[in-house]
Ligand binder design. Structure first.
Ligand code: PMP
Length: 377
């Protein structure tokens, strides 16, 4: 049977990993600054993570969601503590798309409305509601109903105010990434996020903070909207939550009365995924990784701004976009082939780095030296 390749296949065969280091099948070592697209949050094969999942598997790997699963409660309690949202309710699922799907569905049930406001260059996932709110025509199929989604320019306060003035009473939800990831590392301004909050309050719409890529401590805050001092009604999360073990969730404001049976899934909140997620939160807390993300991230951003060939450095914490002029289109590939450093990209010519939150300053320096070498070559 042929295999459907989701992404263009990289010929390097990674077979082993430890922290931010990965090795190919020939024993060559690479530095992973992409973390499988913001997924690796506490480093690869962290001993506590491996031990926690192994112990869980030795006890019970899976049983149905129709029983009490204490580790789910433990996860909710730890997540409430680290995110500072102890009065929110956690619904567990399996991916970022599924998290956004449920967030949008819940918003629609809660308000009885259909319209959704999303933004240019947004990415919310590939399932039907999530993809309908995604501004990427190449992945929106004709079957996806988009007529209820209105795309507005990102960070355009006037356009947002006009949209609410015209049909605010029909708007179920506004969904926004605090920092657009796939869209090229673009940060929502503080005043834009505050305006979303106040318009959602005024019109009874639901504010959904897609924190799948920019959340989970990546920016130094737990959720990416924290820096604006606003509370969203629903935070969606996935990626870094399980450090590679598939898990997603939505954190739901206490103002919702999410009734039994409205949201559901077979695998969401399974014992193994919860063990992985609990281990991640243990390490985030024990090793003070939010502070590390903030400090190493700011250091990287400040240093990158000193490169004269870099057009713009965008982002916050460990979510960084390095915008290069067109003649440096080969740099990402060269960083991999010549310096053995994995990075990501965004169109047209942005290098994205999304390393594990326990990156050290020494590793950051290694990257800065390599980039300097590439830009001079
Ligand atoms: N939201 C954002 C902001 C994302 O970056 C992604 C994945 N790139 C998703 C949602 C979808 O997540 P998943 O691939 O786990 O469905």
């Amino acid at each position: 049977m042929n295999l459907f390749n989701v992404y263009p296949i990289n010929p390097i065969n990674i077979v082993k990993a430890d922290g931010l280091a990965v090795w190919d099948s020939e024993g060559n070592e690479y530095l992973d600054l992409y973390g499988g697209h913001a997924v690796i949050s506490i480093g690869h094969t962290h001993p506590h993570y491996v031990q926690r999942i192994t112990e869980q598997l030795n006890n019970i790997g899976f049983y149905s969601n129709s029983i009490e699963i204490p580790i789910q409660k433990q996860l909710a309690q730890q997540l409430g503590e680290v995110s500072g949202k102890e009065d929110y309710t956690l619904f567990l699922c399996n991916s970022g798309a599924e998290a956004n799907e449920n967030a949008l569905k819940l918003a629609s049930f809660h308000t009885g409305r259909k319209k959704v406001i999303a933004f240019s260059k947004s990415f919310h996932g590939r399932t039907s509601l999530a993809v309908a709110a995604t501004d990427n025509p190449s992945i929106v199929a004709p079957i996806n109903e988009t007529e209820n989604v209105v795309f507005l320019p990102f960070n355009d306060e006037e356009a947002l105010a006009i949209a609410f003035a015209e049909y605010g009473n029909e708007i179920a939800a506004v969904i926004i990434e605090g920092i657009q990831g796939v869209g090229g590392i673009r940060e929502a301004s503080v005043s834009f996020l505050r305006l979303i909050r106040s318009l959602c309050d005024q019109y009874g719409s639901v504010y959904i903070a897609d924190s799948v890529q920019c959340g989970y401590g990546r920016t130094g805050d737990f959720y990416s909207h924290d820096y604006a001092g606003v509370d969203a009604d629903i935070y969606s999360m996935a990626k870094g939550m399980g450090n590679g073990f598939p898990i997603g969730g939505i954190s739901i404001s206490p103002k919702f009365k999410a009734s039994y049976g409205l949201l559901g899934t077979t695998f969401g909140g399974n014992h193994l995924a919860c063990a992985a997620a609990v281990a991640v939160l243990d390490i985030i807390k024990k090793d003070n990784l939010l502070a590390n993300a903030a400090s190493v991230g700011s250091y990287l951003i400040e240093e990158l701004k000193k490169f004269d060939k870099v057009q713009e450095v965008r982002g916050r914490g460990l979510m960084i976009g390095i915008d290069l002029p067109a003649e440096f289109a080969h740099v990402k590939k060269d960083l991999l082939l010549k310096n053995r450093i994995f990075t990501g990209e965004a169109k047209p010519n942005v290098i994205r780095i999304l390393p594990a939150l326990n990156i050290t300053k020494e590793i950051a320096d290694r990257f800065l030296t390599a980039l300097d070498e590439r830009l001079k070559a």
